[in-house]
Design a protein around this ligand. Structure first.
Ligand code: SF4
Length: 222
C-alpha cells in the first residue's frame, strides 16, 4: 500500500486545528439525537431489496460535525460485516490520506455512504436503490450542514452532482453544494490501491494535490 507524505509542520498545525475544531464544529447533542433517529430508521429499513441481503446497515463513522463530510459509494464486504464505512485496506489508505495533512478521519471527518446497505457482489447500486436510500443521506447533510463535502468515487459523484463526467475529469474541482457548502469529487481509495504509481500525474499524485487543496480551504474556515 502506498503512502502519502506531508511535512511534519503540517501535522503540527493539525493538532491546533483539532483543538479548535472540537469547540467550534462538533454537532450539538440535539443534532446527534436527530442523526440517531435516522440511524434507527435505517436499521429497520426495507425500502429496497438490499434490506433483505445486508448483514449490517452501514450508516456513518467519524465525528458528526459541521465542517467536513465525506460521502462514499456503498458498503463492500468488510463494511457490511462490520457495519462501518471504509474499513479494510481502502479505509487504511483513507486514514493515511487525511493524516498526510494533519487530519484524523476519526476526529475531524463525518463519513457516510450514498447507500446504507451492501449491493450483492459489490455491484454498482441500481438507480431505484439510490433513490430509495437518498432520504437518509439528505437527512445527514441537512442535519449537519457541513461546509466541505468530499464526494469519494464515481457513484457518489453521480448521485450528488448528477454528472456523467468521469471522476478523472472532475476530481479536484470545487462545486457549489447544499447550504452554501463547497463540494469536491476525489478518487476512491480502492481506485488508488489499484493504481500504485506515484509519478507526477498519476492518481496518487493527483490525490495528494487534492488533499492539500482541501486542507487549504479547511484551514481558512478556522
Ligand atoms: S439501501 Fe437504503 S433504502 Fe435500501 S434497505 Fe438499505 S437503508 Fe433502506
Amino acid at each position: 500500500m502506498g503512502t502519502l507524505h506531508a511535512p511534519d509542520k503540517i501535522n503540527n498545525v493539525g493538532i491546533t486545528n483539532l483543538q479548535n475544531f472540537i469547540v467550534m464544529y462538533e454537532a450539538t447533542q440535539e443534532e446527534k439525537e436527530k442523526l440517531n433517529q435516522i440511524y434507527q430508521k435505517c436499521l429497520k429499513c426495507q425500502k429496497c431489496p438490499l434490506g433483505k441481503t445486508r448483514t449490517n446497515t452501514v450508516f456513518s463513522a467519524g465525528i458528526p460535525n459541521h465542517k467536513l463530510m465525506l460521502i462514499g459509494e456503498a458498503p463492500g464486504y468488510y463494511e457490511d460485516m462490520k457495519g462501518e464505512p471504509f474499513v479494510g485496506k481502502a479505509g487504511q489508505l483513507l486514514d493515511k490520506i487525511f493524516a498526510s495533512v494533519g487530519l484524523s478521519r476519526q476526529k475531524d471527518v463525518y463519513i457516510c455512504n450514498t447507500l446504507k446497505c451492501r449491493p450483492p457482489d459489490n455491484r454498482d447500486p441500481l438507480p431505484e436503490e439510490k433513490e430509495a436510500c437518498r432520504e437518509y443521506l439528505d437527512a445527514q447533510i441537512e442535519i449537519l450542514k457541513p461546509r466541505i463535502i468530499l464526494l469519494c468515487g464515481r457513484v457518489a459523484v453521480q448521485s450528488i452532482l448528477g454528472s456523467a463526467q468521469g471522476i478523472t475529469k472532475i476530481r479536484g474541482k470545487w462545486f457549489a453544494g447544499p447550504n452554501n457548502s463547497k463540494m469536491m469529487p476525489i478518487f476512491h481509495p480502492s481506485y488508488l490501491l489499484r493504481n500504485d504509481s506515484r509519478e507526477k500525474g498519476s492518481p496518487k499524485w493527483l490525490m495528494w494535490q487534492d488533499i492539500q487543496e482541501i486542507k487549504r480551504i479547511y484551514s481558512q474556515m478556522d
